[in-house]
Design a protein around this ligand. Structure first.
Ligand code: GTP
Ligand code: MG
Length: 379
């Protein structure tokens, strides 16, 4: 049988020889250049990278081991076949300055009272909810208006189709309104403005429109292309107009997804809930999440143990566009991580350990460089 050499093994695994050397060192093996590897050692290296090691039956070509499988995260196809695509709910993110009525607006639409339960009436996290209006499902993300939650708004703008900017008509445009406009524009999102609190005697809708124009959002009644609605989350005035606008804009965007595709979701929040363990709220982007599905999320494997919808009900499946709390993470995922369905748990775990290894090496590298720099500075 031909010898197993580092450069050839590396090439078979799609790696550079130094990657394989790093693995060998971790395994406590320090081969001299051109020293053949023991098959068991080669097998271990293959395993680290999700390959299985197998010597070829015949020594034809230069080959010495056969690649049986490569484990990769299933990639989203560039384009799904038209006939498999189904209309999905729009993902609408509510943004705006603190206390301008974002949560109240959602409460009105959902006929709930989340605002009442919030500490100090301030939203601290991204809440995800679904509303049905004239048989149309709309998915909403509520964001906090407080200045310190800027990165949350940036993230919110990212996974969104439509941004609703809430401006209280008595206050007008404030710092976090401006910031929300910038996030939405930067992310190239469709923007709808909800001019809220029009029930107040101190409301000044015209002033808000002037300020909007100054910030690059000229409303349609002033010859611009920014759709807007004048509303009161308290009395419900204008709320139907706002809903109509959102549905219209969603139709214009022709939002579609394949519910039969490999399931893929985006993490918008993750936390440890006493009694439930690690959970994350995700928005399904394509495919359908099902209880029992093995997945990879960032560098961690997992398996969907259970799912809870925005009304606190346990559900078995979650179609595209739906927000859902997933239980079954090995470790706390990061916001923005993608949860992707894997064929089986073994592949999910194998890919996870490969990613953790990559992360570990990445963490080691800068230290190493520092040490080299130290060396140079000494000479
Ligand atoms: P953060 O989450 O802290 O950024 O605030 P928010 O934008 O979610 O505001 P929230 O919905 O908590 O409302 C703030 C206050 O404004 C509450 O006391 C609401 O009752 C009040 N409010 C909201 N909408 C209206 C409205 O249309 N009219 C009047 N009069 N008050 C409103
Ligand atoms: Mg709020």
């Amino acid at each position: 049988k031909p010898p197993i050499l580092v450069p050839e093994l590396a090439a078979r695994l799609g790696l550079k020889p130094f990657n394989v050397m790093a693995d060998l060192i971790k395994l406590g093996v320090f081969p001299a250049p051109n020293q053949p590897l023991e098959p068991e050692i080669a097998a271990k290296v293959c395993e680290i990278h999700g390959f299985s090691f197998e010597r070829e039956k015949r020594d034809k070509d230069k080959g010495f081991h056969k690649v049986e499988e490569v484990i990769k995260e299933p990639e989203a196809p560039a384009e799904e076949p038209e006939e498999l695509l189904k209309t999905r709910p729009p993902i609408i993110t509510i943004m705006g300055h603190v206390d301008h009525g974002k949560t109240s607006l959602l409460d009105y639409l959902r006929k709930t009272r989340i605002t009442a339960g919030e500490a100090g009436g301030i939203t601290q996290h991204i809440g995800a909810y679904q509303v049905k209006h004239q048989d149309q499902l709309l998915t909403f993300l509520d964001t906090p208006g407080h200045a310190i939650f800027s990165d949350m708004r940036a993230r919110g703008a990212d996974i969104t189709d439509i941004v609703v900017i809430v401006v209280a008509a008595n206050d007008g445009i404030m710092p976090q309104t401006k910031e929300a406009i910038q996030h939405a524009k930067k992310a190239n999102k469709t923007i709808i403005v909800a001019i809220n609190k029009i029930d107040l005697s101190s409301a000044n809708v015209e002033r808000v429109k002037t300020q909007l124009a100054e910030n690059g959002l000229q409303t349609t009644d002033y010859g611009g292309d920014t759709e807007f609605a004048e509303v009161s989350a308290l009395t419900g005035k204008g709320m139907d107009d706002l809903l109509d606008l959102m549905i219209l804009q969603a139709e214009v965007l022709e939002l579609k997804a394949n519910p039969k595709a490999t399931a893929r979701a985006s993490v918008i929040e993750a936390r440890v809930v006493p009694g439930r363990g690690t959970t994350a709220t995700v928005i399904v982007e394509s495919g359908t999440l099902k209880v029992g599905t093995p997945f990879i999320c960032g560098p961690y494997a997992g398996k969907i143990r259970s799912m809870i919808n925005d009304r606190g009900e346990t559900i078995k499946t979650a179609p595209p566009g739906s927000p859902v709390e997933v239980i079954g993470f090995e470790e706390l995922p990061h916001v923005g991580d993608h949860l992707t369905e894997m064929k089986n748990e073994r592949e999910a775990k194998s890919l996870a350990s490969e990613r953790q290894e990559e992360q570990r090496l990445k963490r080691l590298r800068p230290q190493h460089r520092n040490r080299m720099e130290d060396l140079y500075s000494m000479v």
